[in-house]
Every structure is written in structure tokens, then in C-alpha cells.
Ligand binder design. Structure first.
Ligand code: ATP
Length: 202
């Protein structure tokens, strides 16, 4: 199955791009949703997290206390690494299984932390939604109404624009008005359809 990974920094416009591919019939698999399933109540991943971080990782409802964990790993690189070592490989495996089962001509994985979360050698194309940092900040502030300091620190916690562009096969420049996204998505969609049909006859 031909698979495209869609990534981009926070508030770069991934959801806007994703919606336009979905409207063209492309099956979308959201890594954030898969990550939630992987650590749901009763999963081996959640048990491992409790073994590593103690019962404070769990809320009263028995589910992962995401806020407590965020605070626990914030500023503690070792703890963050331990948590990611439990979660990321499982997410990668689940995404690969889902990608294999896609029914549309090709599938699209939306992986916000693609650069940060490791090896996806089985993905056919990496599509990066790109905007300058200043545009990202402006849209993040507009959308989420947070402080400029928090917005800056959220951007700093992610891979840089250069790191993302370095692994891109395709780039959508989303610095112009929204209306201009449709043509860009349509061009890429046609190209992916063609690449997907070439792959399926190989
Ligand atoms: P996140 O990383 O938080 O999931 P995202 O990458 O999915 O964000 P979007 O939510 O699609 O980003 O876009 C961020 C905000 O910027 C939204 O309010 C969206 O409507 C707006 N936006 C996206 N693209 C454009 C554009 N080309 N022009 C103006 N506004 C835009």
C-alpha cells in the first residue's frame, strides 16, 4: 500500500491540508489518535508506564493522567526518553498495520512529531506543511489564544523547520491564503495517485 506521511510544526496547517486530502477520498490515519489507543486502559503500554513511573501516572479513572505525565517529563530528558521508548515503537507498529489495511488508492498518516518519533523507513513519501516560524506563531496565537511566551516554548520543544524540510520529499508552502491550498493539494494528490498505481503494478 502506497503511504504518505503528513507532518509539519504546530499550527502549520496540517489539519487544513489533511481535510483537503480526505475530501478527495484519501483514507487518513491520525497518529495522535493511535497514540491514545496504544496507552488506553488495560494495554501493555500503560502497564509499562506505571512500572516505570509509578501509580501517579494514572488518574482516578484508571487512564493515563496525561497532564501529570507531561509535568513529570517536562525538563527531564531521561524521563521523556523512557516514556517515548514505551510509546513510540508501539505507535509506529500500529500505524504500519493500519497503513497496510487502507482501502483508498493510497493512505495518509498524519504524524505531527514525525521527525521526533523515529524510523518510518516503510513510508513512501514524506509531505511537510511549511510556514516560517513567524507565521506559525501568529496562527497559533490567533487559534489558541495563549501567551506569546507559551507559544514560543511550544515551538522550541519541536523539531526545527530546517530539520523537517531536510526529510521532506514534498513540501506544501502554506504561508499564502487558505484558498491557495486547494490547487497545491490537488497537484500532489494527482502525483500520489500516479505513484500509487505504479507501486501496485510493480
Ligand atoms: P496543530 O499542530 O496544533 O494540530 P495544524 O498544523 O493542524 O495544528 P491547523 O489547525 O490546520 O494547523 O492551522 C492552524 C490555524 O491556522 C488554524 O486556525 C487554521 O485555520 C489557520 N490556517 C491554516 N492555514 C492557513 C492559511 N493558509 N491562511 C490562514 N490561516 C490558516
Amino acid at each position: 500500500m502506497f503511504t504518505v506521511a503528513l507532518t509539519g510544526g504546530i499550527a502549520s496547517g496540517k489539519s487544513e491540508v489533511e481535510r483537503r486530502f480526505a475530501a478527495r477520498g484519501v483514507e487518513i490515519i491520525d497518529a495522535d489518535l493511535v497514540a491514545r489507543e496504544v496507552i488506553a486502559i488495560g494495554t501493555p503500554a500503560l502497564q509499562e508506564i506505571v512500572a516505570a513511573f509509578g501509580s501517579r501516572a494514572i488518574g482516578a479513572d484508571g487512564a493515563l493522567d496525561r497532564r501529570a505525565m507531561r509535568e513529570r517529563v517536562f525538563g527531564d530528558a531521561d524521563a521523556r526518553k523512557r516514556l517515548e521508548t514505551i510509546i513510540h515503537p508501539r505507535v509506529r507498529q500500529a500505524l504500519q498495520e493500519r497503513a497496510t489495511a487502507v482501502c483508498s488508492a493510497y493512505g495518509m498518516l498524519v504524524i505531527p512529531l514525525f521527525v521526533e518519533s523515529g524510523e518510518y523507513h516503510w513510508v513512501d513519501r514524506v509531505l511537510v506543511v511549511d510556514v516560517p516560524r513567524s507565521v506559525q506563531l501568529e496562527r497559533l496565537l490567533d487559534r489558541d489564544g495563549i501567551t506569546p511566551e507559551l507559544a514560543e516554548s511550544m515551538l522550541d520543544a519541536q523539531a526545527t523547520r530546517e530539520q523537517r524540510l531536510a526529510i521532506a520529499d514534498d513540501v506544501i508552502d502554506n504561508s499564502a491564503e487558505l484558498a491557495s491550498l486547494d490547487d497545491k493539494v490537488e497537484n500532489l494528490h494527482q502525483s500520489y495517485l500516479s505513484l500509487a498505481s505504479n507501486k501496485s503494478v510493480r
